[in-house]
Design a protein around this ligand. Structure first.
Ligand code: 1CP
Length: 345
């Protein structure tokens, strides 16, 4: 890693070091709302795009060029490693991941084999090219959290209540743990491949784990997520842990071993700072829907997020969840500029 990259505001803030201004990036900044993304993706299925290094590089770079954000997030999807080990799944436009044969029993679990670098040469190639092009801008690698991946595999697609997932978790804990063990191994290796190729931070998106109560999280999820973070400790890159609706889980998610805890918009950052143990930076947490309000409102809300973020040991500005599909990109350009200028004062 060059010293310029190591000194980037994003990596410094993740490590709770002093920064010249608050760094900012946006979950789901690549894709979705950008016209240049829709142009590149025209006629190319999502999972095909994820295996084409030229497209991955271009789409990852688009928000960096347009918004001047302080970090890039690798263009891929949480189900790409599952597809790479042969799970029959697709990403359906307007729906999300859909699994042909959802996991029901131990034989289904045994079919989830470990992932190896040779399964995903396009990932190593795309990240290598990106790191060159990005220079001093960090690249965030990512994976889905074990609970969130398990939910797609068990439900067969997006789910509101995760009822089959919870039925297995509560009713067949041994089967559940064997599934979570395999997903943890896959996730860990998938992240190590990305860091090995040059990603300088990672984020674990356990997006739907907010559906689980704290005591159940502690029993059925935490041991697995902890194993992911512990398995990355020797790589010396900041590890971010994010989920939606996780106000009651923030302390436990920090305990799993992350350096940075991502906070959605339902809990203010000063309250989040009280909930997590010392020694963590926070990331978040402007409500993505605020970007649909007039600019004056966005500015007032962003100012509030920055003020509350100052109570944390380190703060990376972000939205409280991903950029919504109909967001006006100019609002994000303006927001990035505002966060940089306002926090530098
Ligand atoms: O055809 C298309 O354009 C597909 C839309 C799309 C895109 C652009 C999907 C389907 N995934 C992605 C890319 C993606 N997914 C990124 C790229 C980098 C970036 O952030 O800009 C990332 C980080 C993800 C991660 C992801 N995929 C998550 C975790 C983040 C989150 O939003 O909570 C989840 C839950 C998924 C599953 C998924 N993939 C796609 C959709 C629509 C969904 C969600 C479906 C659901 O609601 O359950």
């Amino acid at each position: 890693m060059t010293s310029e990259l190591a000194d980037s505001p994003f990596l410094r803030a993740c490590q709770r070091q002093a920064v010249p201004y608050t760094p900012v990036w946006y979950m789901r900044q690549a894709g979705r709302s950008l016209p240049e993304y829709r142009a590149v993706r025209e006629g190319v299925p999502m999972l095909t795009a994820c295996t084409r290094p030229d497209m991955v590089v271009e789409i990852t770079m688009q928000p960096v060029r347009r918004y001047s954000v302080d970090a890039a997030i690798f263009f891929s999807d949480i189900v790409v490693p599952l597809r790479a080990i042969g799970v029959d799944l697709d990403i359906k436009p307007g729906v999300g991941p859909v699994v042909a044969a959802p996991i029901r029993d131990a034989a289904d679990v045994r079919r989830l084999r470990p992932i190896e670098p040779g399964d995903v040469p396009y990932i190593t190639e795309a990240i290598g090219a990106l790191v060159k092009e990005l220079g001093a801008t960090p690249l965030i690698g990512f994976a889905g959290g074990p609970f969130t991946l398990a939910s797609y595999l068990i439900e067969g697609g997006p789910s509101k209540n995760h009822e089959r997932t919870k039925a297995m978790m509560y009713g067949e804990p041994e089967l559940w743990n064997s599934l979570m063990d395999r997903l943890t191994d896959i996730t860990l290796e998938w992240l190590r491949i990305q860091v090995g190729a040059g990603a300088s931070a990672i984020q674990l998106f356990d997006s739907w784990v907010g559906a689980v109560a704290p005591e159940d999280y502690r029993t059925y999820v935490l041991p697995h997520s902890r194993r992911v973070f512990e398995g990355l400790a020797d790589l010396d890159v900041p590890r971010i842990h994010f989920g939606v609706g996780t106000g009651e889980l923030l302390r436990l998610m920090g305990e799993a071993g992350a350096d940075v805890v991502g906070v959605d918009w339902r809990v203010s950052l000063d309250e989040a700072a009280r909930r997590v143990d010392p020694g963590k930076a926070l990331q978040g947490n402007l409500d993505p829907a605020v970007l649909f309000a007039p600019w004056e409102v966005v500015e007032r809300r962003a100012r509030d997020v920055l003020a509350r973020g100052r109570t944390a040991e380190g703060h990376v500005f972000n939205l409280g969840h991903g950029v919504l599909p109909n967001t006006d990109p100019d609002q994000l350009t303006r927001l990035t500029e505002f966060v940089h200028e306002h926090s530098a004062r």
